[in-house]
Design a protein around this ligand. Sequence first.
Ligand code: ZN
Length: 133
Amino acid sequence: MEQALRPRIGVNKDTQFFWDGLKGGKLLIQHCKNCDQLQHPPGACCKHCQSFELDALESCGRGVIHSFVRMHHPIQPPFEAGHPIILVQLEEGTRIIAGLINSTPEQVRIGERVKLTITRCDDEVTLALFEPA
Ligand code: ZN
């Protein structure tokens, strides 16, 4: 039996740099050159000042769990029941939603230190996942 694939990623011209960065081994966070704020997920303009002068900074990939959920229903292969989805407060100051690996749903705690694990899932999908630091 074939293993279920992860859901396909949503790529557009505003997010292309983010997905290309992951394929190149980097977690890139959108940065506004006008007001110096970071934002994630990426957008067409700065959510703080509406400037279109955007570039990207490489995150160190370290942070803490700000919040989390455990996905129970519906069970959707390839995910297992209780699969943890975390909101990471990155050291750079912005947040990112990601999957947590190398942990169990019962072990997940707010405030837990996590580190980035860029994971190539298949030919199309490379994700920023996190694991306990
Ligand atoms: Zn701005």
